[in-house]
Design a protein around this ligand. Structure first.
Ligand code: ADP
Length: 638
């Protein structure tokens, strides 16, 4: 077998070793023999160019946002040499949609000609997109980097599929999920419409087997797909707290992660339930088949089970579904029942959303936030992500239709913990919570502004009329613009702390893809310790024993204060930080409240209740060591 050539490593982007490893394994294009055939720089440029091409459709002589000219035909056109086959196909696909919807004044050959004559314009957009990615100021979600200008062409991370109460409907959903997983996306489902276990099945005079049994089918299907080795496949399973099978659902996961291992599960909790809980009252379970009340149980009984089980295994999380729907900007299109796998993106059935994140750690200079640069990056990101909606090769026609109606995008952040450290602000402080609101408010408002600017030229999203935006008389291109994703992989690519999470460990052992173990020291900690003349390899190994510096005498107090890890920080601050960001996020916030192994059941309860009080849209905890399989191990000694 031919040895693999690693050309990514000699790249000039100054990526970390981990970033190169991840990119090489799953992102950089390869030939049939598995040889990497592009550098990280080329990957970003491929992505930038692919998305910039979309701009041609919004040139004045081509686009008609009033939709006056309909029924244009597509000429059978030869692919011009300067386009790759996948770029050509993407443009044709987008053109077909635009002309069907009546947004095109011209035929396809005109578009291709314009591309040539207006290439300098496209090039400028490409450079703008490339610039933010090459500096890792902004990184789109993984499928965009993996699939831009490829045969697959599927660019989004998040999908929600409906699961109707019929065998045909259920197995269609299994099939649809398989197609989405194959393309690199994650799927969320609500199983709340399925009739409960033991209920009647009229057509066969048989007995229904209930949501849990069907979830196992989805789980096995996910296992089998494995997404061509790129991604494992991820699902969210949601069940309403009013479903008769709710108790079985809550206890369906185990700490060995053997059952439903491809699912995160969340209980959709209603205001009705929370009210009953606070009054220590009973609440109704209803059969979704006919809406009839089956029985009433103590809300406390169900709540205690949720909390205990989350303490034991990390699942279930909770979605405050009424809060989600209250804040939903396109209520006239339907009600939200589920989120994507990590919880940050509530979506309607068949909706999808592309995400992307700004690396906040890069927006600090001399102890100050670079607001102007941040504003520019937000505007570029929104432009980029709006183009993703047009360029995307949707895995299903229903998804294409729903997604294009609301044109939701989800711009978020990563590197928040590192931004705070650079500013000298401890994560668990009032100052940090205030700054979180300030920064996210800025990003949210600027993203709305950017989307409104796009609307002037490109028109509002097709389902705008009747939306909350319409009620406020605000013309906007995207029904939502902001989402805080976990940034599990893209934060590694960017070389910063993930999402809005505190540092997980100051020094730790990372298990990498090939089973190797690497010692990693947080670069900011390393820098500060070196500056103080306190750095030594030996000390770093000592830190890696627990991941925390709080009990290490050789680290000065002021540095300790700044470098508190997820487990050093009281859960209250985790939730308050989540809530601070949620306040200025259109969609939701993915946050794991990391608890120490010795956290009590009532710590978990306090966390969930606080999240509800602070108007979070959902909450997830993870108690250290509660699952046998963990991605990151904090310390060499535990
Ligand atoms: P990334 O850093 O790779 O862009 P995130 O960790 O931010 O991804 O996750 C964002 C979303 O991407 C998740 O909520 C989920 O919808 C999807 N996703 C993440 N990992 C997977 C996976 N292994 N398979 C399918 N979808 C995934």
């Amino acid at each position: 077998r031919q040895a693999k050539k690693v050309i990514g490593v000699q790249d000039d982007l100054k990526l970390t070793v981990n970033a190169i490893k991840v990119l090489e394994a799953r992102y950089l294009l390869k030939d049939e023999n598995g040889n990497v055939i592009e550098t990280p720089r080329q990957m970003f440029e491929r992505t930038a160019r692919y998305l910039a091409l979309v701009d041609i459709f919004y040139e004045d002589d081509i686009y008609d946002k009033e939709g006056k000219q309909k029924e244009r035909k597509i000429d059978v056109e030869e692919k011009p040499e300067f386009l790759s086959i996948w770029e050509f196909n993407m443009l044709k696909r987008a053109f077909t949609y635009f002309s069907k919807e009546g947004y095109m004044k011209v035929d396809f050959s005109y578009v291709l000609d314009s591309l040539k004559s207006k290439w300098d314009k496209i090039e400028r957009v490409k450079n703008k997109f490339a610039e933010v990615m090459l500096h890792r100021k902004y990184v789109p979600n993984s499928p965009t980097l993996m699939n831009a200008n490829t045969k697959l062409g599927q660019l989004s991370a998040c999908f929600v599929l409906p699961v109707p109460d019929s065998i045909e409907g259920i197995f269609n959903a299994v099939k649809y999920a398989a197609m989405i997983h194959k393309s690199g996306g994650g799927t969320g489902f609500s199983f709340s419409r399925l009739r409960p276990k033991g209920d009647i099945v009229a057509s066969t005079m048989g007995v229904a087997s209930g949501p849990l049994s069907f979830m196992r089918v989805f789980d096995v299907a996910t296992d089998v797909i494995k997404q061509g080795g790129k991604r494992r496949g991820a699902n969210m399973g949601v069940l309403s707290v009013h479903h008769p099978d709710i108790l079985e659902f809550i206890t369906s996961k185990d700490s060995e992660n053997k059952v439903l291992s491809n699912f995160n599960i969340s209980v959709a909790v209603t205001d009705e339930f929370m009210d009953a809980l606070l009054r220590d009252d009973y609440y109704p379970l209803r059969n979704p088949r006919n809406g009839e009340e089956v029985k009433r149980i103590k809300a406390r009984q169900v709540w205690d089970l949720i909390i205990t089980q989350a303490w034991k295994t990390g699942d279930p999380g909770v979605i405050f579904i009424d809060e989600v729907n209250r804040k939903h900007p396109v209520k006239h299109l339907g009600e939200i029942e589920s989120t994507n796998p990590c919880g940050e993106q509530p979506l309607l059935p068949y909706e999808s959303c592309n995400l992307g994140s700004i690396n906040l750690s890069l927006f600090v200079e001399n102890g100050k936030i670079k607001w102007d640069d941040l504003r520019d990056t937000v505007h570029t990101a929104v432009h980029f992500m709006d183009n993703v909606i047009d360029a995307n090769n949707y895995p299903l026609p229903q998804v294409a239709e729903m997604t294009r109606r609301s044109r939701k995008i989800g711009l978020g952040v990563m590197g928040w913990a590192e931004m705070l450290i650079k500013l000298g602000i401890p994560y668990d402080s009032e100052e940090a919570v205030e700054l979180a609101e300030k920064v996210m408010k800025f990003i949210n408002e600027e993203s709305h502004r950017a989307s409104m600017k796009l609307a002037e030229k490109r028109g509002v999203f097709p389902a705008w009329e009747g939306s909350e935006w319409w009620k406020k008389g605000m013309k906007i291109r995207n029904a939502t613009t902001t989402t805080i994703a976990p940034t599990g992989t893209i934060s590694i690519i960017a070389g910063t702390s993930s999402s809005i999470e505190p540092l997980f460990a100051i020094a730790f052992i990372r298990r990498v893809l090939d089973g190797q173990e690497l010692l990693e020291v947080n670069p900011l900690f390393e820098e500060i310790m070196k500056r103080e003349g306190l750095y030594s390899e030996e000390l770093m190994h000592k830190v890696a024993e627990t991941g925390s510096v709080q009990h290490i005498d050789d680290v000065p107090e002021n540095i300790k204060r700044l470098f508190r890890t997820a487990h050093d920080i009281d859960p209250v601050w985790h939730v308050r930080m989540q809530a601070a960001f949620q306040k200025y996020v259109d969609n939701a916030v993915s946050k794991t409240v990391n608890l120490r192994h010795d956290a009590s059941i009532s710590d978990v309860e306090d966390t969930y209740i606080l999240a509800w009080k602070l108007k979070c849209k959902g909450i997830t905890i993870y108690r250290d060591g509660s699952k046998n399989v963990q991605v990151i191990y904090k310390g060499t000694k535990t």
